[in-house]
Write a protein that binds this ligand. Structure first.
Ligand SMILES: NC(=O)c1ccc[n+]([C@@H]2O[C@H](COP(=O)([O-])OP(=O)(O)OC[C@H]3O[C@@H](n4cnc5c(N)ncnc54)[C@H](OP(=O)(O)O)[C@@H]3O)[C@@H](O)[C@H]2O)c1
Length: 248
């Protein structure tokens, strides 16, 4: 498939590497220009482009940027084909994204993104830590393969998201419509806890919406204390230990 990835950071560069290796025609962009795309993002055949070119003439757009940058990207995204499936990896962290009143009032993050960008989205790859995503992918059928939840209102788009998740080395788990996707937000039992698909189903069912923000903020504080900076991702062993202790 023709896939455009917007965001070449912790998650975007692994998406680019794995989806190119799976045989897709991948373009990847950041906000600064193609010459600043990390070499590992294009090591398996992806092409570095400007953001506006990443969304043109593609069948899938994957947005992998900070949550608060979404509204400003709506105009560029309008250049994407009307039938392109838009997948979003983002999560809301108030320390990074500034306070967004609608989210603080309980709006589901994926629903807010859909409203901001004016397109339905598939929510995927948001609930895997970047270190686990880079290092722990495995072929389908591998015992203990880690799962990633995929939510969308359109069943075909959700199935496509699950197929692409599989091709990045993880079991895609059907997490239902966007209205239920708070179950995979930061603070939820399935969030960055490296569960198998069997465990993931139980974890999605066990989520308690009102407890998520406090648990999210607790984990962010512990991780910031450890790595010294809220925007740095922890190594997977430490990150998963913390999220399991706080979220499950
Ligand atoms: N890190 C994790 O463990 C993790 C796990 C799951 C999901 N997520 C979520 O996935 C998203 C990306 O996370 P990340 O850790 O990969 O972030 P990151 O390392 O900070 O990278 C963000 C990327 O987005 C690009 N970007 C920002 N605004 C843009 C714009 N207007 N147009 C084009 N590109 C733009 C940045 O480009 P420039 O550098 O050029 O500005 C950068 O390449 C976030 O919402 C995050 O919450 C993160």
């Amino acid at each position: 498939m023709k896939i455009g990835i917007v965001g070449a950071g912790n998650i975007g560069k692994t998406l680019s590497r794995t989806l190119s290796a799976a045989g897709h025609e991948v373009k990847i962009a950041n906000s600064r220009g193609p010459e600043t795309i990390p070499s590992e993002a294009v090591a398996t055949g992806a092409r570095a482009v400007h953001a506006v070119d990443a969304v043109r003439d593609v069948e899938v757009v994957i947005l992998s940027m900070p949550f608060h940058r979404m509204p400003a990207f709506a105009a560029a995204l309008a250049e994407a084909p009307a039938d392109a499936v838009v997948i979003d990896t983002s999560n809301y962290y108030p320390l990074r994204d500034q306070r967004i009143d609608a989210i603080e009032a309980g709006e589901v993050e994926s629903v807010w993104v859909t409203e901001q960008i004016g397109r339905p989205i598939v929510k995927a790859w948001n609930a895997i830590g970047s270190a686990s995503f880079a290092d722990k992918g495995a072929p389908k059928g591998t015992p203990g393969r880690i799962a990633i939840p995929v939510a969308a209102d359109d069943a075909d788009a959700r199935a496509l998201g699950m197929m692409l998740v599989d091709q990045t080395g993880f079991d895609g788990v059907d997490a239902g419509p966007l209205s239920q996707s708070w179950r995979q937000q930061p603070g939820a039992p399935c969030y960055c806890t490296d569960l198998t698909s069997e465990e993931m189903h139980d974890a999605l069912a066990a989520a308690e919406k009102e407890r998520l923000p406090k648990r999210r903020d607790l984990s962010a504080a512990v991780i910031a204390e450890r790595v010294g900076d809220a925007s740095t991702s922890p190594d997977s062993e430490f990150g998963v230990r913390i999220t399991r202790a706080i979220f499950m």
